[in-house]
Structures are given as C-alpha cells and as structure tokens.
Design a protein around this ligand. Structure first.
Ligand code: UD1
Length: 357
C-alpha cells in the first residue's frame, strides 16, 4: 500500500503543541508528513522555543508574520498555494488545527485545489461571531472532509449546521500531549526564578483575546480586579499586550514575565493554585491538572469544563475572593477522552484518506 502524503499546517502556539503529538503518531504509523509553518507566530518565545521543546522539524516556513486579519490571511493563502503547487508528490490531505488565521487560510487554499482537508478540533463554537476564531472555525469546518471533534458537543454543534459526514469524536489531542510531556517538566523552576523561592500557591494568568487586549477600557478594570487578588500572580504576557500592561502600573504582587514555552507552562500550571485566563487550551489544561480556573470571557467553547465548578466564566467586576475561594466538585470526571486521540486519528486517517500515488 502506498504511503499517505500528509501536509500539516501550524502557525501559532497551540498548534505547535497539537501537531507535535499528532505528527509523532502519524510518523510511527508510516505516513509521510510535511510540516508547514505559516510564520504567524515568529518571536522565539512564541514559536522557536516550542519547536525546540517539542522536537518539531518544519519543512517550510512561509514567514508571513503579523498583519491585519485580511493581510495575514491573504499572505498565508498566496504562499501556501505556491508551496502546494511546488510539491513533487501531491498531498493526499492537508491537516489543519484549531481556529487561527493560518487554519482558515490554508483550508481555503486546499479546498480550491481539491485536496481533502482534515480539521483537528472541529465543531467548537462560542456562538460569538465577533471573535475572529469563531469565523475561522465555522468556515474551516464547512470546507473540511474529515472532522475530528474533541467531544460529543463538537459533533452536536456540527449537526446543527448540517455537517454530519466525515465527523468523528476522537477525544482531544492536547490531552495526549499533556500526558505525554508531563514527565519532562522541571517542576518548580519558573516559580522559583520569578518569586525568588521555591513555592506553590500562586495564580497563573494569561490573556491574549482581542476582546481583552485591544479594548482600552479593560486594563483599568483589570488593575482593580488584580488589586483584589491576595495571592502572587505570575503572568506570561503576550507580546501584543506587553507595552500597555507595562504602562498600567499593576500591583506589586503581579509578576510580569515574557511568554513561556509549553514545558514551562506545564510547570507553572502544576505549581499554581488557580488559573485566570481567556485561552481555550489553558481552560482544558487547568481541568486536567485539577486546578480551578476563572475564564475572563462571556462564553467558552469548552463548555464541559464548567461542570462541577472547575471553570467559571467571570468579568472584571466580579467578586474576586469569592471566585478564588469557591470549591470545585470532588467528583472530577475525565473530559475530552483519555489521551488516546492521536491513535484514533491515525487509524481513521488510514481508513478514510486515499493515496493518489
Ligand atoms: C493567535 C490566534 C488565536 C490563538 C493565539 C495563540 C488568530 C486570529 N488568533 O492569536 O486564536 O489562540 O494565536 O497564541 O489567528 N505578535 C508578536 N510576536 C509573535 C506573534 C504575535 O509580537 O510571534 C504580536 C503582534 O503584535 C501581532 C499580535 O501579537 O500583531 C497578534 O498576533 P496574531 O498572530 O495575529 O494573533 P494572536 O493574538 O497571537
């Protein structure tokens, strides 16, 4: 049987984590995989560090960098189309991950040249079209031939939109990564560096959604919110937000650091008591690490994490001590599978993708 030729597309932090663990499984199953990095994330802390830690070797970097949504998306499309056209052996499928501009751009290109699209993390919905990620998700799902969902919720969301063919619930590949890489962490290293002593019991915070970073009304309210927090906070700040955050004069117990790699993030997660975030991936990772999470958004795609009070949606005017002191349910149930999503995905690809060779 001819080897499957797969082109995998990555571009932004969470995609490096997802692709690392899926690629390992694809290669072990004997597939030929080409990894294309769009260049959406390019800072060492946002990209190179992850590629090194996770052992990802990229075959091409389209080097698109930052830009408005239209510019960034258009540049990925133009460069990816040329890249696909130049391949000696045509791709049997293009794998795209999640909901970034790199995802939608490369899915659009593959659709027009009739290469089957495989969407990992399909069917997620916030039902908030003001989020760029929601637009990216909906379009990508409707262009894809094979859709891998992290939970039944994803399948149900797709069915509401009439997408029922090629849909599989596989569990979440980030759980595979979480389990696989947890053994490699140097626990306590970052907190010791940042807080000056080995310690746990701090809060890990991240914010990067445009609704939080691009609205000038948010920072003054965030400052008041953080003044009501009586634990040290370690906040790896996304570069898009750093200048404004530095200028905000946040309280001394808030420790700002540069973005951290995946292993460092798992270290911080392990040491913290609570997570405050607007990231999708971190809501799930907090749940798997059994840390309570406050999500500073009006809605979440990862609705299952809200069960048992492990994750709560909050706004900056909410009662912070009350949120931090709440007790999540002792009945912690596994969510998003059991860490076998990559094995299921590999099997399904072998069954459902045809070699053109
Ligand atoms: C993107 C994704 C988001 C994902 C996140 C993970 C979209 C629409 N958003 O958001 O879904 O959760 O990545 O981090 O695709 N910047 C740098 N260095 C970098 C990258 C970005 O300084 O390496 C700055 C630039 O000012 C840039 C801004 O961050 O304009 C936004 O970057 P962009 O890649 O457009 O979106 P993210 O906010 O990272």
């Amino acid at each position: 049987m001819a080897k499957l030729n797969i082109v995998s597309v990555i571009g932004a932090r969470p995609q490096f984590v997802k692709a690392a663990i899926v690629s390992k499984a694809l290669r072990e199953a004997g597939m030929h995989e080409i990894v294309v990095h769009s260049g959406q994330h390019y800072d060492h802390a946002m990209s190179g560090q992850f590629l090194e830690d996770l052992g990802i070797e990229i075959d091409a970097n389209l080097e698109v960098g930052s830009g408005s949504h239209a510019v960034q998306t258009a540049q990925v499309m133009t460069k990816f189309e040329a890249y696909l056209e130049g391949l000696e052996t045509p791709a049997d499928a293009v794998i795209v991950y999640g909901d970034t501009n790199s995802t939608i751009a490369t899915a659009l290109v593959a659709a027009k040249v009739h290469i089957p699209i495989v969407h990992v993390e399909a069917g997620l919905r916030s039902y908030n079209k003001a989020m760029p990620e929601e637009v990216n998700r909906v379009v990508t799902d409707h262009l894809s031939q094979i859709l891998f969902c992290s939970s039944q919720e994803g399948r149900a969301n797709l069915a509401k939109e009439g997408v029922t063919e090629g849909v599989f619930v596989t569990g979440d590949v980030m759980l595979d990564a979480f389990q696989h890489f947890s053994g490699r962490i140097q626990y306590g290293a970052i907190a010791e560096r940042v807080l000056g002593a080995p310690r746990t019991g701090f809060i890990l915070m991240t914010l990067h959604r445009p609704s939080n970073t691009d609205d000038p009304r948010v920072l003054p309210r965030l400052k008041m919110f953080l003044e009501r927090v009586d634990h040290p906070v370690i906040w790896p700040v996304h570069p898009r937000f750093r200048k404004a955050v530095d200028a905000a004069g946040l309280p001394e117990h808030v420790h700002l650091i540069d973005p951290v790699g995946y292993f460092q993030m798992l270290d911080l997660l392990n040491g913290c008591d609570h997570v405050i975030t607007d990231s999708g991936g971190l809501q799930k990772e907090a749940y798997w690490a059994r840390r309570s999470c406050i999500t500073l958004r009006e809605e979440t795609e990862w609705v299952e994490t809200l069960q048992g009070n492990w994750n709560v949606l909050a706004n900056l005017d909410d009662d912070v001590p009350g949120l931090l002191e709440r007790t999540p349910s002792t009945n912690w149930i596994p969510l998003y599978g059991h860490g076998t999503a990559c094995a299921t995905i590999t099997k399904l690809l072998l069954e459902n993708v045809k070699s053109r060779a």
